[in-house]
Design a protein around this ligand. Structure first.
Ligand SMILES: *Cc1c(COP(=O)(O)O)cnc(C)c1O
Length: 496
């Protein structure tokens, strides 16, 4: 097989190495890097089911990061998936009633973003060395909560990197805020913005593309990079846990080798479910890819009608990490269903920017048949948390509950009883208020932090180590600034 390289979905760049794509993040034409072909898994399921998470992750990732040596890639994997996770399984699969829950919240920030953000810093550092970048990498991120903390935890104390995170001062949950402002690591910087998430995001984008600022940065020996979810350094590591859950089910004698299973994925930026799509294309026996949205149901409408329309009100829900109207990673699927046509992809993406919507051809729409889309509103999400807890004594966070509720809608719509893995993306301890309110409205009166103990008393679910840590940790970051002061704050941090 030819060497696997990367190209932009919009056609300008071709044949770039994995290292280059990881360091750059986004292609020059605004497109996303995609592999030149989707590799086939070359180990049998029996072999994979005998491996631990780290070895299995190596089998998946080595097919995509072909310019990394075995030693380099294994070192990245071992530094990422270690005792930061509170279980040796890293991503355990638990049977709950008739379904299986793939728990992706055992990392240091108790949400699914840890699966990719604990390895990205090591991939980026290794990649930068390989392509001869001597400068120190500065990660600049605006966050509405989960990504910022997971990126901070991933990059903390990673040599030759610094990370600066901006969050809306009054726009994240109290627990999320405490997680960020207590972040350890001399290379971490956390700043609250007087403004909302968009102000923070726009500020970061402006600084990224400010030529003078970039020159000053360069003189200081730094270079910007992004920990954004469109980076292939985040996407590829996510493929591994789909193989791992399948291998686990074989080992636990829940399925036979070769048996088809469905997966249900609570979706926002379309990264997690796209990893499932790649896993399937690599030969993993996945059937339906069940795409679950909250009230921001832009993907449900797209899968049903072929029209992607972001012109609609943005709804704040109890699953904030899925409150998204532009699912960036969808561009990679568009490119695939367009038959790898970069001109068509570029035109559609330009429509989205200029008109606020795009519509795919019938032929492309047929390529969406592997997906089932639906959504769960606020009430359905709460009822699902309560029902599953009462019936199975399993406590889901609101994101996971959206996935579960949509899985149930799929079964009802289709009658398909194929065994299904529901992807569980956060610990309920990260969202104490909305989870507890679902069990009993009375808890609405109680403070988020106080609800931690109440959750344990009520449900018996152990409090994760990450929560104990932030309760005891002291505040290390207290910078607050106006959104037009972001550039000067960065200069001060970096002393440039
Ligand atoms: C980011 C996130 C999601 C959505 O994942 P995408 O890859 O953006 O689709 C779902 N649940 C939680 C808890 C998350 O943090």
């Amino acid at each position: 097989m030819d060497k696997l390289l990367y190209k932009s979905t919009r056609g300008l760049e071709r044949d770039v190495s994995a290292s280059y794509a990881i360091v750059k993040g986004l292609a020059k034409d605004g497109g996303l890097y995609v592999p030149s072909y989707i590799p086939q898994m070359n180990k049998s399921m029996t072999e994979l089911s005998e491996m631990n998470y780290q070895d299995l992750a190596y089998e998946v990732m080595s097919l995509y990061y072909q310019d990394f040596t075995e030693e380099e890639l294994r070192a990245c994997i071992h530094q990422a998936y270690d005792h930061k996770f509170d279980t040796d399984a890293i991503a355990p699969t638990i049977k709950v009633g008739d379904v299986y829950m793939l728990e992706l919240f055992h990392g240091s920030t108790i949400a699914f973003k840890d699966m990719a953000l604990s390895i990205l810093p090591y991939l980026m550092k290794t990649a930068a060395k390989k392509i001869g970048i001597e400068k120190e990498i500065v990660i600049l991120t605006a966050t509405s909560g989960d990504t910022g903390k997971a990126a901070l935890a991933g990059f903390a104390d990673v040599e030759d990197t610094k990370i600066i995170v901006f969050y809306p001062k009054d726009g994240v949950s109290p627990i999320q805020k405490k997680q960020m402002v207590t972040q350890k690591g001399d290379n971490t910087f956390v700043v609250g913005i007087e403004g909302n998430f968009d102000d923070a995001q726009n500020g970061v984008k402006r600084i990224f593309s400010d030529l003078d600022f970039n020159k000053a940065l360069e003189r200081g020996g730094f270079q910007f990079s992004s920990a954004n979810s469109i980076n292939i350094g985040r996407l590829i590591p996510q493929i591994a846990y789909y193989f791992y859950t399948y291998a686990t089910l074989i080992k636990q004698k829940e399925i036979l080798d070769g048996e088809t299973i469905n997966v249900a994925v609570p979706t926002g930026n379309f990264g997690n479910i796209l990893a499932a799509y790649y896993a399937k294309a690599m030969g993993l026996p996945l059937g339906k890819l069940i795409c679950a949205s909250n009230d921001n149901k832009v993907l449900f409408d797209f899968i049903r009608t072929g029209k992607y329309d972001r012109q609609r009100p943005f709804i704040l829900t109890m699953s904030p990490s899925m409150d998204i109207l532009i699912s960036s990673n969808l561009e990679r699927l568009i490119y695939e269903i367009a038959g790898a046509d970069s001109t068509a992809t570029k035109d559609l993406m330009e429509d989205l920017t200029s008109k606020g919507f795009y519509e795919v051809t019938d032929r492309m729409k047929a390529g969406l048949s592997e997906f089932y889309g639906n959504y769960a509103n606020q009430l359905e999400t709460q009822q699902t948390i309560k029902k599953v807890f009462e019936k199975n004594h399993y406590l889901m966070d609101p994101h996971t509950a959206v996935g579960y509720a949509v899985y149930e809608k799929y079964v009802e719509d289709s009658g398909d009883t194929t065994k299904t893995v529901v992807v569980s993306t956060a610990s309920p301890y990260k969202f104490t208020k909305s989870t507890m309110i679902s069990l009993d409205q009375e808890y609405g009166q109680i403070d988020d932090f106080e609800l931690i103990d109440r959750m344990r008393e009520k449900t018996g679910v152990e409090i994760p180590e990450a929560i104990h840590e932030i309760l005891e940790a002291s505040i290390r970051h207290n910078t607050i600034c106006k959104h037009d002061e972001m550039a000067s704050v960065i200069k001060k941090f970096l002393q440039i």
